[in-house]
Design a protein. Structure first.
Length: 267
């Protein structure tokens, strides 16, 4: 078999059962990496992993709620054991609960902070521990955190979500700084995807209608497209290709960066 960009690499993708995570997992596999999917959706996660395995790489599923420190430890061990190493982490799992500021609910704020901020922070922690010299995998690697164009613009009805994604952006920089300075051999970058028509993306479009900011879903989507110089929504493959790049040797001198994949919406 000819060498591909990520041949021999071993990846864990959180929230990889569906949507952007599933597309990133497939793209990593297409580039030659073996892949573990970590998600709270076991049936769908196993199905997605089985689909990826059909493309000829090793692929598996591990139950992982990214808000749980203990489950992270088990997921990293399972990745090292199943794939024979661990040198790519895609911190993709995330949730969005739409609300105008005046209607925010404390429990929704806490839930978004838990999954989007705590989840990414724990992911970096366990990836660094495993990938740094002397760690369970010990061969360095790459972490890609999935932030959002929401970290770079002001979009109504997603204030807390946007705040959590700005936190992901900042944690990416500090993580990259520590991993570089402390000689872990791990690069850390993030992506700012634009609106993609996944379950999350389409629910946001209908929520925008529900809070009275657009007359219907077509108008909500149309307004995003209008704000996007390349004049379309993101496709999951756009985001997946950028993730593959950031994990690859072509990005070997890139760390602490945020890469927009938003058709120019956030420029
Ligand atoms: N869809 C968009 O328009 C868009 C735009 C910018 C950024 N993003 C970000 O991309 C990422 C993926 O979004 P998506 O559109 O594919 O969403 P999605 O809702 O379709 O999929 C999210 C996945 O994350 C999993 N997940 C949720 N909570 C989890 C937890 N606690 N532990 C483990 N897994 C968990 C879900 O089960 C699901 O498989 C998110 O971080 C999201 O914020 C999405």
């Amino acid at each position: 078999m000819s060498e591909k960009r990520l041949t021999g690499r071993k990846a864990l993708v959180t929230g990889g059962a569906r949507g952007i995570g599933a597309a990133i997992a497939q793209a990593l596999a297409d580039a030659g990496a073996s892949v573990m999917i970590g998600d709270i959706l076991a049936d769908l996660g196993k199905e997605t992993a089985a689909g990826i395995a059909r493309s000829g790489v090793k692929a598996g599923f591990v139950a992982l709620d990214v808000t749980d420190d203990g489950q992270w430890e088990k997921a990293v061990s399972a990745t090292v054991e199943t794939l024979g190493g661990f040198d790519i982490l895609i911190n993709n799992a995330g949730i969005e609960i739409t609300s105008l500021v005046v209607d925010l609910k404390a429990e929704d704020i806490r839930r978004m902070l838990d999954v989007n901020v705590l989840g990414v922070a724990l992911g970096m922690k366990h990836a660094f521990r495993a990938m740094r010299p002397g760690g369970a995998a010990g061969a360095g690697g790459a972490v890609v955190n999935v932030a959002s164009v929401a970290a770079t613009i002001a979009f109504p009805a997603i204030s807390v979500y946007s705040g959590t994604k700005s936190a992901v952006d900042r944690m990416t920089r500090v993580g990259a700084m520590e991993a570089g300075k402390l000689g872990y051999g791990v690069r850390v970058n993030c992506l700012y995807p634009g609106l993609a028509p996944t379950e999350m993306g389409m629910k946001l479009a209908s929520d925008i209608v529900a809070v009275g900011l657009a007359p219907d879903v077509n108008a909500a989507v149309g307004s995003v497209v209008e704000q996007t110089p390349l004049a379309r929504l993101a496709e999951v493959g756009d985001i997946a290709d950028a993730a593959v790049f950031l994990c690859s040797n072509e990005a070997r001198f890139i760390t602490g960066a945020g890469l927009p994949v938003d058709g120019g919406m956030g420029m």
